[in-house]
Design a binder for this molecule. Structure first.
Ligand SMILES: Cc1ncc(COP(=O)(O)O)c(C=O)c1O
Length: 454
């Protein structure tokens, strides 16, 4: 069997700019204040974020410079490799060429540090010494904990309860980097106490954990908040992934027909896909671009495109996005990083415009693909990433059936070394396809906020 082929770039080829897709998309719907329901301005966001990040959030400049000290830290693991999965191709007997862009090489084991480092750096520049955040899979919490340790910032992480219980080693990793990790919902915030009063056995959700972290930042002027996905500036920071991939495909003398990534809040997907989509929006060739989400939390494929809150307690601004309703608590499946009720506004806008496709997949099919991939390529994918692996395999088998030698690239957003409990459950036959309650979904959707300017 032929070995893997790896396309690596020099450190000097780490992008010098982030790519801002706002420059190439139509003007998006306004972001609204949760109280007045009027468009927010930069000043409204100041209790939560430092001004440099707010300016990135609203920027329409195509290129935003990556500060040199940030690039210097990115060098610890970037450029990340683009790898041709020859053994997987052979196992599938497909004429398709399958590549993956591997983000598991970062200190936290996923794409998340690509944004944690600049977020911590811009907070440090603004004199901030304390940050709060949420984490679903534990990946974002570990990443911000790592970034906080570099810049001497105290980090408190509200970790969604089911993930806190499933992954003690993620918690230990956050603590190793010096962060404090609290199971969410907690008794430490009003939002947490309200969620526990409503359902003491709740598995928690990213929506609740965001409420807790935001509440602490709003109530304490010396604390700011950092979000691991969804917002424009987070998507922006992740575009180093796709920009590097474009250069690596030049090295490979190839060009993808299909680009695939899993999507929770959308930053991993945007990171790989938006630089390719940007080429297309500026007159380049069309590609199929697919966002993959869990069937148990299908915000793009089953959600409404409507204004909604980013959190359960309704403390965040209202954003027009694909949403399952901010009060929707997804069942406690294993890809904790994909258990979010909404999708990033820019990803939602691209989907509404028909620029991207979306696919929802059940977790057992994803784990089956993850195991096949690990046995072919040696890397155990994170449960979130197995969604992209599964979709890439489905596309490769379609190519086989149609006799087409298409080129497929997918984002392998992280490794699963802290997720082996999920694999143990899968091998023991205990992993089932959990389904959300249709009645609960209908109720959450019927409770969407009424906004004049839809
Ligand atoms: C490994 C991994 N992949 C993908 C995701 C989803 O990321 P995003 O919210 O950027 O879509 C997560 C989220 O925690 C993750 O940990």
């Amino acid at each position: 069997m032929s070995a893997q082929v790896k396309y690596t770039l020099e450190e000097s080829q780490i992008p010098k700019f982030w790519y801002n897709i706002a420059a190439d998309l139509p003007t998006p719907p306004a972001v609204l204040h949760p109280g007045t329901k009027q468009p927010v301005g930069p000043a409204d966001l100041e209790p939560l974020f430092p001004m440099e990040l707010i300016l990135q959030e609203v920027s329409t400049e195509r290129e935003i410079e990556i500060p040199e000290p940030v690039r210097d830290i990115l060098r610890l693991w970037r450029p990340s490799p683009l790898i041709r999965a020859r053994r997987l191709e052979q196992k599938l007997g497909t004429p398709a060429k399958i590549y993956f862009k591997y983000e598991g090489v970062s200190p936290a084991g996923s794409h998340k540090p690509n944004s944690a480092v600049p977020q911590a750096w811009f907070n440090k520049q603004a004199g901030i010494k304390k940050l709060t955040t949420e984490t679903g899979a534990g990946q974002w919490g570990s990443s911000l904990a790592f970034a906080g340790s570099l810049f001497d910032i105290d980090v408190t992480v509200y970790q969604v309860r089911c993930s806190y219980d499933q992954k003690p080693y993620r918690r230990a990793l956050m603590e190793t980097y010096g962060a404090k990790c609290i199971s969410s919902p907690s008794m430490e915030t009003e939002s947490g106490r309200a969620a526990l009063a409503e359902n003491p056995d709740t598995p928690g959700s990213l929506g609740i954990a965001i409420s807790e972290a935001v509440e602490v930042a709003v109530k304490n002027p010396d604390v700011k908040y950092a979000l691991g996905s969804v917002l424009n500036h987070v998507l922006l920071h992740q575009t180093v992934i796709g920009q590097e991939a474009i250069k690596q495909f030049e090295l490979a003398g190839d060009d993808p027909d299909v680009v695939i990534a899993c999507a929770g809040g959308g930053s991993n997907f945007a990171g790989l896909a938006f630089p390719f989509l940007g080429l297309q929006l500026r007159g380049g060739r069309q590609r199929r671009i697919i966002a993959v989400e869990p069937a148990a939390c299908p915000s793009l494929t089953r959600g409404k495109y409507a204004y909604d809150y980013g959190d359960t307690a309704h403390l965040t601004p209202l954003v027009k996005m694909h949403t399952l309703g901010s009060t929707f608590i997804p069942p406690g499946f294993h890809a904790g990083g994909l258990r979010y009720h909404g999708m990033a506004a820019q990803v939602s806008q691209a989907y509404e415009l028909g620029l991207i496709e979306a696919r929802a997949i059940e977790q057992t099919a994803c784990f089956e693909a993850g195991v096949l991939f690990a046995r072919a390529e040696g890397i155990v994918p994170a449960p979130e990433s197995t969604h992209a692996v599964r979709c890439a395999i489905e596309e490769a088998l379609r190519c086989k059936a149609e006799g087409k030698a298409e080129t497929i690239v997918f984002g392998l957003s992280g490794h699963g070394h802290f997720d082996m409990g999920a694999y143990i459950n899968y091998f023991a036959g205990n992993l089932v396809d959990v389904h959300y309650d249709e009645g609960e979904l209908a109720m959450a959707l019927s409770g969407l906020p009424l906004v004049a300017a839809q």
